[in-house]
Ligand binder design. Sequence first.
Ligand code: COA
Length: 141
Amino acid sequence: MQTARFWEGGQPPGTAPRGKLAARQLAMPADTNPAGNMFGGWIMASMDAAAAMTTTRLAGCQTVTVAVSNIVFMQPVKVGDTVCFYTDVKKTGRTSIILDVEVWVLRIGCTERIKVTQAEFTFVVVDDDGRPKQIDPAHFS
Ligand SMILES: CC(C)(COP(=O)(O)OP(=O)(O)OC[C@H]1O[C@@H](n2cnc3c(N)ncnc32)[C@H](O)[C@@H]1OP(=O)(O)O)[C@@H](O)C(=O)NCCC(=O)NCCS
């Protein structure tokens, strides 16, 4: 029987990202923390932006972030990494969209992506005045 264990990359070999690729960025030195790795705030902002691109596309109008939960930084993001943001819509409510965001990196010289961060984001579809607006199911078909 196989027992659970942790691999260096934080996930078993062959594990794939969940959801669709929403954005991709190159990790640049301007956004590092004192340890020389990428600043967590940059990762969070990039996740938020990737999630927003998914929700605005699905909703067909403006969306805003109302909550972020269960964020976990599993591995550092290093300068030079190709950082990939995957979004997976879990649930839609009357005006809200809940989605998982996973961040995977491809390090320089490596062929396998590794998962570095994950979180759950909740967005609200809003009208031009910033008030919650009912989701149009036609956009989600
Ligand atoms: C998002 C915002 C418009 C919601 O306004 P509100 O008066 O709280 O609206 P409601 O109470 O009607 O809630 C709207 C939806 O958000 C959900 N929601 C509200 N607060 C939430 C929270 N803390 N966590 C998860 N979901 C939440 C509600 O469950 C509801 O979902 P549903 O319609 O699918 O059932 C308002 O809180 C806001 O403008 N926040 C600031 C957004 C912002 O500036 N984000 C950062 C930049 S994008």
